[in-house]
Ligand binder design. Sequence first.
Ligand code: PRP
Length: 202
Amino acid sequence: MKGYALTVALPKGRLFEKAYRALTSAGLDLPQPQDKRAMFFEKGDLALLLLRNADVPTYVDLGIADLGVVGKDNLVEAGRELYEPVDLGFGACRVSLIRRPEDHGPIRRLASKYPHIAELWLEQKGLSADVIKLHGNVELAALAGLADAVVDVVETGTTLKKAGLEEREVILKSTARLVVNKPALKLKAGRIRPLIERLREG
Ligand code: PRP
C-alpha cells in the first residue's frame, strides 16, 4: 500500500497467532491487532492487513501487500504464481478425497471449498465429474447426498471420524508458507531479503 515501507497480509483464523509470532520473531515490528473486527493496522512504516486465508494470495499477487502468510492449500487453490520462499512448517493439514464408506462407484458430483484443487485432481486421474463449490461444513455434502465425494481439509481427523466418513486419498499436504510479491522483492529487497533469511533460519 502506498505510504508504507512494507505491507503485510496475514490470515485471520487458525493460522494468525503462529504467523504473527513467526514474523515478529524474525524482526518485523508489526502492529498488535487489538480490535477483533478491524482489518487494517499500522505501526511506524508498516501496514498489516487481516484477511480471509483464501484472499491472501490475491492481495500479494496484485501488489497491495508486499508479502503474506497463507496455507499451501489456499495457495494452490488460488492458482497464482507467487514467490514462495519459506515453508513455515506450522498449520499442517492435508486436502483429501473423502467418501461415505458405502460409496465405491464412479464419482459424478464432487463438492469442495477447493474447486480448483478438485478439478486438478480429476484431470490428473482422467476423470470427469461436476464440481460444486461449497463454503463450509463440506462433509455434510457427502453425508446428505449432495455429492458422492468431497475434497476437504483434514487436520486431526476428528470431523471425519464423527461423521463416519472415510479419507480415501491424500491429494496434497499443506503447511503455512511465506509468499512475496515478485516486484516488491526487487524494489524492497533491503527489507524483504533479510526477513526471508531469518525465517529460513527458523
Ligand atoms: C475444516 C475442514 C474440516 C475440519 C477438519 O473446517 O473443512 O471440516 O476443519 O479438521 P479436523 O480433521 O481437525 O476435524 P473448518 O473448521 O475450517 O470450518 P468450515 O467447515 O466452516 O470451513
